[in-house]
Design a protein around this ligand. Sequence first.
Ligand SMILES: Nc1nc2c(ncn2[C@@H]2O[C@H](COP(=O)(O)OP(=O)(O)OP(=O)(O)O)[C@@H](O)[C@H]2O)c(=O)[nH]1
Ligand SMILES: [Mg+2]
Length: 458
Amino acid sequence: MYAISHKSKETIINDIRTHDGKRLHPTTPPRTRALLVGAEVASFSSAWSAEDSLRELALLADTAGLEVVGSIYQRIDQPFPKYFIGPGKVREVAELREQCGAGLVIFDDELSPAQTRNLEEALQVGVLDRTALILDIFAQHARTHEGRLQVELAQYNYMLPRLRRQWSHLERQAGTGGGTSAGGVVGLRGPGETQLEIDRRLIDQRIAWLKEQLADVHRHRELYRQRRKGSGVPVVALVGYTNAGKSTLLNALSGADVLTQDQLFATLDPTTRQVTLPGNHHILLTDTVGFIQKLPTQLVAAFRATLEEINEADLLLHVVDLTHPNAQEHAQTVEKTLEELGVSRKATLTVLNKVDKLEGVAAGEVADLVREMGLPSDVIAVSAQRGWGLDQLGERIVTALSEGMVALKVLIPYQRNDLVSLWHRRGVIDREEYIGEGTHIQGRIPRTLAPQFSQYVD
Ligand SMILES: Nc1nc2c(ncn2[C@@H]2O[C@H](COP(=O)(O)OP(=O)(O)OP(=O)(O)O)[C@@H](O)[C@H]2O)c(=O)[nH]1
Ligand SMILES: [Mg+2]
C-alpha cells in the first residue's frame, strides 16, 4: 500500500487532471509521519469520547498507509473560528509536532478551508482533516469504474473551495504562450490569468465531465435494476459500520468471494449475490459501503450505487460487531446515517456479528449487553466467520420478508401471465382459479410488488 502523501491534499492538487486525463502537476514525494489532533466539542453532543474517536482516526491513518507518531486533544465548548481548537492548543500542537517529527497533522473533525489555511501557517506543515483521510482511503479502495468516478468527483468537490494561490507553481501566466501547465488544453488561458484560476476552471471542467460519465453509468444501472425488479426476487441489503463483517456475512451466505479485511472501508462498491434460504427461497443479497462517524453525509451520498441499493431493498440487515468496545456508538451512527439518507423507515433486522469472540460469555450477559446498547430486542446473533446462526438468520429473513407483504385479490388477464408467474415466485397464494377473462388469485404479495398488480385488483 502506498502512503497517504500520494493523495494528500497537496497531492490531490498535484493530481489535477485535464479533461483528457493528463496530470496537470507532477506528484510530490511521500510524507508519512502523522500527528493526530482531536477535540471533544460540548456543543456537538456526540456519544463519542475524543479518545475513542482518535483511536478510530489512528486506524484510518493506518489504513491509508501513514505512521501515527502521536495524538493530542482538547475539550472545548464549541469550535474556535480561526483554528477549530484554541490558539494556546495550537502552540502545544506545534511543539509536539516538532518533537515527534511529524510531517503531517490530521484533525479528527472537518475543518473549513480557512481553518486549514490558518493551521498550516501556524504549524508549518500540511494539515488534513478526517474527511480528506477518508477520501484518500476511498481513492485507494475503489475498484469499479463507477467507484473511481465517484471518488474522483468527491475529491474535486472537497478540493475546490480549498484551492489557493500558494499551491500554484506559477504566479502569473504570460498570456497566450505555451499551454504546458494547462496540460495542452488550448484556449483556456486569457491574458493575466493566475494559475489558480486555471486550476479552478480545469477542475470545473473535470467535474462536469465526471458528472456526465456518472449520469451515463446511472442510466445503465437503472435499466439493469428495472430488469431485476421485474424478476421479482426480493433484495436484501447489508448495512452497518465499517469492519462490522458485512462482506464476511455475504460470503458466508452466498459462497461469494468478496474481499474481507480487518481494515476500514474494505468495501466501496456494492456487490450483489444470489442466496438460497431455507424453504428454497431466493433472495439477492447486496453488500454496501460501511458507515463511519463524522463522515459527511454528502460523502456517503456520493456513493450513489450504495444508496440506490439500500433504497431498493425490501429488507435491510444491520450488521453490528457486538464485540467492539464502541458497538453502541457504531449502531447509533448507522441509524443516524440511514436517517440522514432518508431510508430509516425500511424493514430492518439487526444482526449481531462476531459472537465467536464471546465464547464462554453466558447468553444472559449477551442479552444484557444488547439491552445496554439500546439495540432492538429482536436481534439475531451470528458468527459470519464460523458460520454460526446462519440457518436461523435465513429463516428470520424469510419471515421478515413475508411480513412485508400485503393481501390482494386480483384478476389477471391471460396476456399478463408474466404477473401470474411473478406471484408464484414471490407471493403466497391462498386461492387460484382460471376463468374466462384470466386468472383469479387471492393471497399475499410483497408490498414492493403490489403496484404492478394495482390495475388488476378485483
Ligand atoms: N471473529 C470474527 N471475526 C469476523 C467475523 N466476521 C468478520 N470478521 C472479521 O472482521 C473483519 C472485517 O470483516 P469484513 O467482512 O471485511 O467487514 P465489512 O463490514 O465488510 O467492512 P468494510 O467493507 O470495511 O465496511 C475481517 O477481519 C473479518 O475476518 C466473525 O464472525 N468473527
Ligand atoms: Mg466489506
